[in-house]
Design a protein around this ligand. Structure first.
Ligand code: PLP
Length: 403
């Protein structure tokens, strides 16, 4: 039978029979996308307000990315890390330039991976080479699912079945400068934090937290490691969200938005940290492969040419203002920066609202029981956001009706 003729229910049954049950039953089986629009196997249309979890910043099937991937695949698709390729070197140079925008002349180097958790894994190993072992991590954090990244991820439900994890992790409340300054001493290798905690429900610390973290780590010779896997690359209205605080970290990890859905991640190290890894101390077969890097180069070029950091700032403010203007008593506040937004509800009905939204043709998610996350492609039209905001009161009604 042609794949086109198989309905969603049948695909769902085949999924359940075959795929490991790590994600539950799929909400939909999607077959096609363009820009911020996507279609399921039954032909239903959705407006994508989540971008594959803050990934395809340029939307589905962006011509510049298609061209870059196709051309590279037809030229040189994979080598090995015995060799280098021009796209890898060019993407590395571009990331170094972006990471040192506010600190020109600072040394910086990149290690390419295939995912966010691997970027953090590389960073974790890098911190061990300082000769110190202790890591200070934040309550509410999410850094990925491999053993090292899991060790610094706070959610007990994710961690507990897999313990023991790599040790010497000290937890401090996110945003608590006092607690951070008590936790950091000469035994600490690194402090790891997200500029905004996306998985925790788009939680922002006060504006003085990142500068304080920079000061405290510098005082004790500890590295400041900023996980920008979700917040980086224009998502929050700047190339990197931490740049809004005017700080320069020692380690930056990125992934999600870097190649518009083609798997890639990167661990950037700045200053002295740039030279911690030596030959043989880390590696990867696929990381930095020419196709992923060509896709990354195309993404960064479009972001620059189309001013997507600025667009993210403007559309994010537009969305927040529009939701606030609804003046709906069930909406507490809208938080986040750029186009990484959390709509905070005054009751724990977010999962029901996300389900009602999907039924009505909008893809959003509920990272916390009271929080809806909106992280659309950065190229989305303002009108598409407006349509969603107009529908939101009805979706809240529907969720209350279901509860
Ligand atoms: C998604 C995410 C990760 C993990 O990335 P994967 O590509 O899923 O491994 C790590 N850190 C943050 C902040 C994330 O949002």
């Amino acid at each position: 039978m042609s794949d086109q003729l198989i309905d969603q229910k049948t695909w769902g049954e085949r999924y359940d029979a075959t795929l490991m049950n790590t994600f539950g039953h799929p909400k939909r089986v999607l077959v096609r996308g363009r820009g911020a629009d996507v279609w399921d196997a039954d032909g239903n249309h959705y407006t994508d307000l989540l971008a594959g979890l803050a990934v395809h910043a340029l939307g589905h099937a962006h011509p510049a990315v298609i061209e870059a991937i196709s051309e590279q695949a037809g030229t040189l698709g994979h080598i090995s890390n015995f060799f280098a390729s021009p796209p890898q070197i060019m993407l590395g140079e571009r990331l170094v330039a972006l990471a040192t925008l506010d600190a020109p002349g600072t040394a910086a180097r990149v290690f390419f991976t295939n995912s966010g958790t691997e970027a953090n894994e590389a960073a974790f190993k890098l911190t061990r080479l300082t000769g110190r072992r202790r890591i200070v991590a934040m309550e509410g954090s999410f850094h990925g699912r491999t053993m090292g990244a899991l060790a610094i991820t706070h959610n007990e439900h994710y961690r507990a079945p897999f313990e023991p994890l790599p040790g010497e992790i000290v937890w401090v409340p996110y945003g608590d400068i006092e607690a951070l300054s008590r936790a950091v001493d000469e035994t600490v290798a690194a402090v790891v934090l997200e500029p905004i905690q996306g998985e925790n429900g788009v939680v922002e610390p006060d504006a003085d937290f990142l500068p304080a973290a920079r000061r405290i780590t510098a005082e004790h010779g500890a590295l400041l490691w900023v996980d920008e896997v979700q917040t980086g690359l224009c998502r929050c209205g700047a190339w990197f969200a931490h740049q809004r605080s005017g700080i320069t970290p020692d380690i930056i990890t990125v992934a999600k938005g870097l190649a518009n859905g083609y798997p890639i991640g990167a661990c950037l190290a700045l200053g002295e940290a740039a030279d911690l890894f030596g030959p043989g101390q880390h590696g990867t077969t696929f990381g930095g492969n020419p196709i992923a890097c060509a896709a990354g180069c195309a993404v960064l070029r479009v972001m620059e040419d189309e001013g997507l950091a600025q667009r993210s700032t403007e559309l994010g403010a537009h969305l927040a203002d529009a939701v606030t203007a609804l003046d709906d008593p069930r909406v507490d506040t809208v938080r986040g920066q750029g186009l990484l937004r959390g709509i905070v509800l005054n009751r724990p009905i977010a999962a029901g609202v996300a389900d009602a939204a999907l039924d009505a043709g909008w893809i959003i998610n509920a990272p916390r029981p009271q929080v809806l996350r909106i992280a659309p492609p950065l190229i989305i039209a303002a009108g598409q956001l407006d349509d969603f905001v107009r529908a939101l009161p009805g979706l809240l009604d529907a969720a209350q009706g279901r509860a």
